[in-house]
Design a protein. Structure first.
Length: 434
């Protein structure tokens, strides 16, 4: 699969059966970019600590060649998040959107195939914003997703509408009939004065090998608000990209929870392309065994008077490894920028490791910016204090780690999701109530 010619054969077949709608040229340009850049290696600075080349040695079936009817509604019940009875549910199977399995309950929400949106009243939005993430991700992985985009969706929230029911997005890979390369793609547009909650999660069924290369691009218009939560508990490898662009005064809050996976790479890009935008980025990763988690964030302050805050916390045990690479750009015109960034890590074993690299690139002179990182072990004094009060060592460690994670969970505004994530973390900490 690392042979470019094999990708080209798949690409030509998809182009031959796809409606153009203006996307054919975008796909072609993306494939040309992929052909030049290829799969990133450790020589690529942004992928220095994460090697994914081995993932492409597997002979995958492409998601575009898979049907979405392999998954039953009964099987989906075992994957659904709590509160799904009141939520809008969007289901991707092997990277392809399944309208049959999805449920849209909110009238304020419009869901269209991306190819349809590219040729109707939303075509200006699609052609202006689709693929914008490629300006920030100069690697073949992002280009590969764009080149093979098919079965993608356009999500639109109408002007001055608040979507009371959250949108749950399930990225499901079904490997019961073979190894799958899934590439889900979505473009989300929040019209002026609209509000939306998105919860995204991943799952794999079957014994075959799976690799998910997912991209979501979000456009936030004037006075709109986005709450976005990503929950990763799948054991398979994935590259997950979320690209959020503020095109007018607006607000976003993102929380990324990573509790499992083989090789996991999260790209989160925030582009503050208007004055008085506000963005919050929170992340929690708790990895065990030989898992590898890589969080890459970019906050690009293009216009003045914007505020952003980043806080990522990591817990690494056994032979797990972690990477945090956060960048804050302050452009020359982005005066009065306030931007903060922090990464804190706890290593629970001698063989666990983390590479952390917070960065600032500032080209304006009237700004307030700071960054920092810490790597350490559990507080020995706190551990001793709890044990001196009759708490077992195991439970004392669990309490301290839960407290370490709690300020990330506080930023999840959906109570049912917050409780669910809290339960998942408690199970992982293996607290003994007896």
């Amino acid at each position: 699969m690392n042979n470019i010619e094999q990708f080209k054969e798949q690409f030509d077949r998809i182009q031959a059966v796809s409606n153009d709608n203006g996307l054919g040229t975008i796909r072609k340009n993306a494939f040309n970019a992929f052909s030049k850049m290829g799969i990133p290696t450790s020589k690529h600075e942004e992928w220095k600590y994460t090697r994914i080349g081995s993932l492409f040695n597997t002979n995958y079936d492409f998601a575009a060649d898979q049907t979405t009817g392999t998954l039953s509604k009964e099987e989906l019940d075992g994957i659904r998040l709590p509160g799904h009875e009141q939520a809008n549910e969007l289901v991707f199977v092997n990277g392809v959107y399944s309208a049959l399995l999805s449920v849209i309950r909110s009238k304020e929400l419009l869901i269209l195939p991306l190819e349809n949106a590219a040729s109707n009243e939303f075509k200006d939005i699609v052609h202006k914003h689709f693929g914008h993430s490629g300006n920030y991700l100069k690697d073949g992985i992002n280009a590969l997703n764009t080149a093979f985009v098919r079965g993608a969706v356009f999500i639109h929230v109408k002007e001055r509408k608040v979507v009371d029911q959250p949108v749950y997005i399930y990225n499901i890979t079904d490997t019961r009939n073979g190894n799958i390369l899934a590439q889900p793609r979505s473009l989300v547009h929040l019209a002026p004065q609209s509000q939306l909650h998105i919860v995204e999660t991943f799952a794999t069924m079957g014994d075959g090998e799976a690799f998910t290369n997912q991209v979501m691009e979000v456009v936030i218009d004037r006075d709109a608000r986005l709450e976005y939560y990503k929950i990763q508990r799948d054991k398979e490898s994935q590259v997950s990209t979320t690209h959020i662009r503020h095109i007018a005064k607006s607000y976003s809050n993102t929380v990324t929870i990573s509790l499992d996976g083989g090789i996991v790479r999260n790209n989160l890009n925030i582009v503050l392309d208007a004055e008085y935008c506000e963005s919050h980025l929170y992340g929690l990763y708790y990895q065990k065994n030989t898992s590898h988690i890589d969080n890459h964030t970019v906050v690009d302050n293009v216009k003045p008077n914007c505020f952003s805050n980043q806080l990522y916390k990591g817990i690494l045990d056994d032979n797990a490894t972690g990477v945090f690479n956060g960048k804050i750009f302050v452009r020359q015109d982005a005066q009065k920028t306030n931007a903060y960034q922090s990464n804190k890590n706890i290593l629970l074993s001698d063989s666990a490791a983390v590479n952390t690299k917070p960065q600032l690139e500032i080209f304006a002179d009237d700004v307030k910016c700071s960054h920092g990182c810490t790597v350490g072990r559990l507080d020995e004094e706190g551990l001793f204090y709890l044990q001196s009060r009759g708490i077992t060592e195991k439970n004392a460690k669990s309490l301290l780690l839960h407290a370490f994670a709690s300020d990330i969970l506080e930023n999840i505004q959906l109570p049912v999701i917050k409780e669910y994530v809290d339960q998942q973390i408690s199970q992982r900490l293996d607290f003994d109530a007896s």
